[in-house]
Design a protein around this ligand. Sequence first.
Ligand code: FAD
Ligand code: PHB
Length: 390
Amino acid sequence: MRSTQVAIVGAGPSGLLLAQLLSRNGIDAIVLERRSRDYVQARIRAGLLEWTTVELLQEAGVAERVMRDGLVHDGFDVAFANGCHRIDLKGLTGRSVLVYGQTELQKDLVQARASDPGAVLWEVADVVLHDWDTRAPRVSYTHAGARHELRCDYIAGCDGYHGVSRAAVPPQQRLQFERVYPFGWLGLLADVPPLHEELVYAHHERGFALCSMRSRGRSRYYVQCSLGDKVQQWSDSRFWDELAARLPERYAGRLVTGPSLEKSIAPLRSLVTEPMQFGRLFLVGDAAHIVPPTGAKGLNLAAADVRVLARGLVEFYRTGSTTLVDEYSHRALRRVWQATRFSWWFTTLLHRFSADPFAQRLQSAELEYLARSSAASRTVAENYVGPSFD
Ligand code: FAD
Ligand code: PHB
């Protein structure tokens, strides 16, 4: 039987970043990942990093490419009623955000961990968590055709929304708060220049649209779609036409179209699990909580969890004190609920929910208020750049 100090389930951003921070502090961790290394490195998801996330990547020694290739954004546009209102993040909060694809971050993290042979086991199947409510937890799994067991001091469940870690805790021992939104996002990636140098979040009676980017030559665009829609129903030309129809004329006229490199549909939901610690098992990132992508918070929350947990584990292995580790759930949840509230609010403001004219008038009134009131803009900016750490 193998043993390690911290067994980590899942090699997404949370699992790999935690492993990297622990390793830099002399703590042994083994990551068990269900998918192949190539699959994980190709997954296309988030694109926006808060500054506290960037600082954590620096601390983990994986920020070289982030700092070189990331695009600093000092603001973004909210488009509605054929006009635009800029949220001046830098001017209102003194802080900016960084555009850097999760796919690239994932590659940086895999690369960093690759220097530690055996630290990540790829293509592991049937992971089962045992005895996490005792002082001697274990994880069993199948790798290269054989069944194995890993003894550890702690288990970090970093295996995302569909993982086994949250499900290992009996439902009567956890609370689950959930909201499913009645629509999805259809995303398209293309090697065309972004239509604007900053992100554009657009509210339109046809539905929400977002213009984002990965680099100066690669754009990431999204349109709100029906939950039942299939990607095959959306040809590239249908997507481009729909996107243009939802943008103010001055942006629609500048849209450069091209063949899609990838297209996918993501449902929108909010989920929070409480607590995030069960004995010697921690839930981290999407395994513990999901937010709709409108506020760009998912990856940043995952990084914030990792920061709190890594601090606690480092203190434990240095001093034997479990004070910080025991505060993990409480500290992480404070930030999680702030982000959940903002993501819900921003989603509600910008999407088309129903044909109810009263709800639609309220949405328009709120958007007009945002455009008129610097206090309202500042509230959005503060939430968007994220809280700093205490
Ligand atoms: P994941 O990335 O889901 O990683 C979990 C890992 O665990 C995966 O590698 C998985 O294969 C593995 N795994 C699962 N089950 C098992 C098992 N049984 N055994 C072993 N391994 C397992 N966030 C932002 O901050 N900014 C954005 O701009 C943003 N945009 C987004 C846009 C879209 C369209 C979507 C869908 C999400 C977006 N997010 C964004 C959210 C962000 O992508 C996630 O929050 C982030 O990936 C969470 O990382 P994680 O490591 O916790 O989970
Ligand atoms: C992205 O670039 O994928 C992205 C950016 C901002 C969001 C969501 C997604 O709010």
